[in-house]
Ligand binder design. Sequence first.
Ligand code: ADE
Length: 225
Amino acid sequence: MRIDILTILPELLQGPFSASILKRAQEKGIAEIHLHNIRDYATNKQKSVDDYAYGGGAGMVMSIEPIAILIDKLKAERKYDEVIYMTPDGEVLDQRMANNLSLGENLIILCGHYKGVDERVREMYITKEISIGSYVLSGGELAAAVLTDSIIRLIPGVLNDETSALTDSFQDDLLSPPVYTRPPEFKGNRVPDVLLSGNFELIEKFREEKALERTKARRPDLLGE
Ligand code: ADE
């Protein structure tokens, strides 16, 4: 999978993609992440990428021209499954959406800033608008990093233990059960005996019960309650 991220702050995104699972996915050739600085496509002398809003009001608006030039260039090079705009008024990201997007080949992700992008970008280029939650970030970059991570880790071969993405919280609409490692006792707090029993049937039953209990207590909406 190839993901092209369009941003005015590429330096904000370099860190998240140069460590751990996202780094390994790129090294293995399973994922390609390309950061594009929108400013490189600015058409004016000042290299500005935003302007005052027509009709007045506080806040600058990201201009259509550099974004359009960049998206047109990318679309001439290959076909994209989606052109995504990260925005708090988009559809809220969930595991199902990440699963669906992970089946694609090529994605463009546009990171918004200021008061947003000229509406014509959304009308003419964007095929999907995604929010990562009901709060406002300073820009779309951190949201794009969250979305990219949620997608790439699902591609077969990215995680070492193929089953571990399948047992994630949310993958079956259940939260994950609690997990423990050594020592078996810490300041009097013992690991549940069943996990030390070696009885895999009982251990599986314990995990299922705990996952259900936790989901009921914390996210009953996942159970349709
Ligand atoms: N840009 C600013 N806030 C955002 C959010 N919550 N989700 C996606 N993009 C954003």
